[in-house]
Design a protein around this ligand. Sequence first.
Ligand code: ADP
Length: 550
Amino acid sequence: MRDKDHRWRTAWTFGGIVVIGAALVIAAAGTVLAIQQTQSLARLRIADLREEAQLLRNDIQGKAMTRLQRFLERVASNLRSSDSTKPFVYARPPEWISEVYHYDTDQPHFVLDRWRRGTGEEWAHSLLRLDPDALHADPATTAIVTHLLPPFLAAQLNPRHVAVQFIVDVLDDGPLVIAYMADSQTLRRQTIVAARLDLVQFMEHEVRAALSAGRIGVRLVLPAESSTLRRELPWHEDLSPIAPMLWLSPTAEFINGQHRVIWRQTIMFVVGTLLVMGALVAVMWAMWRVLQRELALSRMKQAFVADVSHELKTPLALIRLFGETLLSGRVPTEEKKREYYEIITRESNRLTNLINNILDFSRIDAGKKRYTFQPTKIAALVRETYEAYKAQLDHDGFEHQLIVAEGLPEIICDRDAVAQALINLINNAMKYHDDSDKFLGVDVAPETRRGRHGVLISVSDRGIGIRPEDRNRLFTDFYRANDERVRARRGAGLGLALVKHIVEGHDGIVDVESRLVKGSIFRVFLPVQPDSATPQPHFNNLADESDSTV
Ligand code: ADP
């Protein structure tokens, strides 16, 4: 039943670890997706803003083109109906037109009329003869003559193709030149009018007003900035055809704001995921430890079953063998008979001790072990236990000694349990002996630990000793040192676990001091009165004898 439980626990723990591992992977993938989602949302918001900028651009362009077209149409019709050399007056021309040019196709020579805007509605007229020198002197006329007029003049041959058309040229100093052709259908007096724009005025009157109308996130990029920003800007919308060098683009605040949102959310996701992952890893680690413990326990249990079977079989076989030999009457001498009786007694003691250990262990394991506390003369208890081993110690060639100090206090303890703990320690000292120096010492003395009075029972040997890495685990259930000298001796790994349980059941302390090959000392401290003890009445207490024995 317990094995089934154990298998279930192991399976559940393993399943739990796999599930948590999967959860970790999902959490990590989820975070990566969430971060990507945040980034694409921010990119979408920046892209959305572009649509707004396009609407704004269309708006600005639409208005500006309409005003420009109307103005140039008026100028053209004015020129057609009057003397082109006279200044013209036009009510409210766009503020951003600084110069107007006219090329008359009826003139035999290549001559441009130019009007410059004065203050207010005043325009000053000058006539430009288009000789090569004049061309170089004025970039605007150069542009008109070299870029803008040729296509119009060519189109005159087939005027149906040219009705109203703008051609824009960007000059070094910024302004633009727009050429306009009207009246092409009549094939009479073709009129080509060009206007030079003042970019500063254009921004002032057409762009700024539109931009300030509450469009947060869109800004105007000036030609000077545009070349340096070209790479950095996520997008730009230029104000073509009138002002292709002016750009609308998202403001730095808007982009930074989006970056901040990405960072904030990324940090939130990462920190959140790390916390969750940390918790999951902690749980997983704990489960892994449990699994390891369960597996180790299962391995130890398997070893235990093998060890116990061996432990039971060997003494039984010996008892049977020597019992039958004695019964057959074939034992020649009394001395031999005595030897056989001793073997039978020793093996039955061993068997009894093993069975006691197993029974106690199963009681402890099931939580059913109760101690019966009684006032006890500890010297007598130790002495009695020791005496029971004396004959065997002598027989096996051990040097041994018992030292019982004077003035030992009476101890409240479970006599059988303490005796059993001592038996286990003595058995171990004998079992793990070294052939070259067989020694066992038992020592009882008053002791104060952590401010509590009590007695210290020490069992020392000069045996094989214990490796430092094994020392902490000796008191674990089923634990046997992974040492061939240990494996060569019979054992089930229960003795020290029981000692620990008994000592702790008495609020005592057990520890070990050992050096490999030199030997070990196991010390058991028992307080005079365990915290949890309720003393039982006793009738048959052992007499205390405080002396030293060798
Ligand atoms: P076992 O049945 O194996 O003796 P115990 O619980 O009594 O089980 O002891 C656990 C392990 O502690 C032993 O297997 C051995 O490795 C080690 N050990 C115990 N007592 C001694 C000792 N006196 N000297 C050396 N090793 C010891």
